[in-house]
Write a protein that binds this ligand. Structure first.
Ligand SMILES: [Zn+2]
Length: 109
């Protein structure tokens, strides 16, 4: 099952404060602010390793699964450096472990 989440494009954090904004002339949107870096650029994400897109870095736009398969050292670095946070860190860690154990990862294959 995949859940929907909002991820910071700048740092990958999911610590995002959502605030509904209603315009005086009508209409509304939701303003999202990253609690970690105060950035306001976000992408919506599903939480499976084969759906979660890297929000930053040289593999931006690739899924977590692809990054772990192509460049496990980079994936490990994401964890060690703290660049991957929260849900993203959990996904990277569990995907690396599953790949090491030779398991099939993801739902698309
Ligand atoms: Zn951020």
């Amino acid at each position: 099952m995949s859940l929907f989440e909002v991820i910071c494009k700048n740092c990958g954090s999911v610590s995002v404060k959502l605030k509904p904004v209603v315009y005086p002339k009508g209409g509304q949107h939701v303003e999202a602010t990253c609690k970690d870096c105060q950035s306001q650029a976000f992408i919506p994400q599903n939480q499976d390793a084969d759906e979660f897109l890297m929000p930053f870095g040289k593999y931006r736009g690739n899924t977590i699964l692809e990054v772990c398969q192509r460049d496990p050292r980079y994936a490990s670095w994401l964890l060690e450096s703290g660049a991957a946070k929260n849900k993203m860190a959990e996904l990277v860690a569990s995907t690396l472990e599953a790949l090491k154990a030779g398991q099939n990862v993801g739902s698309s294959q």
